[in-house]
Design a protein around this ligand. Structure first.
Ligand SMILES: Cc1cc2nc3c(=O)[nH]c(=O)nc-3n(C[C@H](O)[C@H](O)[C@H](O)COP(=O)(O)O)c2cc1C
Length: 173
């Protein structure tokens, strides 16, 4: 199974700790391709043909990103708006994601307790990620349960190492 991990972090090689560690581990796995989207498109101008070709070569596509305002960094939205074209991703001739697994790997500053209906954020992470699940459904992909690293602020080295190991298992599944 060929897995494509599209990483959307505005500073993966600088400020990032969690996503940098996860992306590094992912890149060392066999049959996993990692694309650092902000590094590829620092001006925000996405090469749509290159992105579509990368998706077409994969059996599973994972969007990896830090949660920003209960959603994704902005380039991910631009990616969706520009790459998920009619006649390619959807519509009667749009079959690019059929037979493809699709999921997200997110890191969140807040702890897991905050992502409960009776917690600080009042919504679970699955609820917050519904737009991605619904998009997966819309393009005919098979949704994979999200991979989440909580408590990104001040996460211990041990907890980060555990998350990296779990991410490798998630990607190898
Ligand atoms: C602009 C911005 C918005 C953020 N919004 C959220 C949020 O809504 N929920 C949350 O749990 N963490 C939020 N965070 C924290 C990030 O998710 C956290 O810093 C990130 O996951 C850490 O990963 P990194 O080490 O790869 O940067 C936000 C951070 C920034 C910079």
């Amino acid at each position: 199974m060929k897995t494509l991990v599209l990483v959307f972090h505005p500073d993966l090689n600088g400020q990032s700790r969690i996503n940098a560690a996860l992306a590094k581990a992912a890149g060392e796995l066999e049959d996993v391709t990692v694309r650092d989207e902000y590094a590829l498109y620092p001006d925000g101008k996405i090469d749509v043909a290159a992105e579509q070709a990368a998706v077409e070569a994969a059996d599973r596509v994972v969007f990896q990103f830090p949660l920003y305002w209960l959603s994704s960094p902005a380039l991910l939205k631009t990616w969706e708006d520009e790459v998920l074209q009619h006649g390619w991703a959807y519509g009667s001739d749009g079959h690019a994601f059929e037979g493809t697994e699709f999921g997200v790997a997110v890191s969140a500053g807040s702890p897991e307790e905050a992502y409960q209906t009776d917690g600080a954020n009042k919504f679970t992470i699955d609820q917050i990620l519904v737009p991605f699940e619904a998009t997966s459904n819309y393009v005919g992909a098979t949704w994979v349960k999200p991979f989440v690293t909580y408590s990104a602020f001040g996460l211990s080295d041990e907890a980060l190492a555990e998350s990296v190991e779990n991410y490798k298992k998630f990607l190898a599944k």
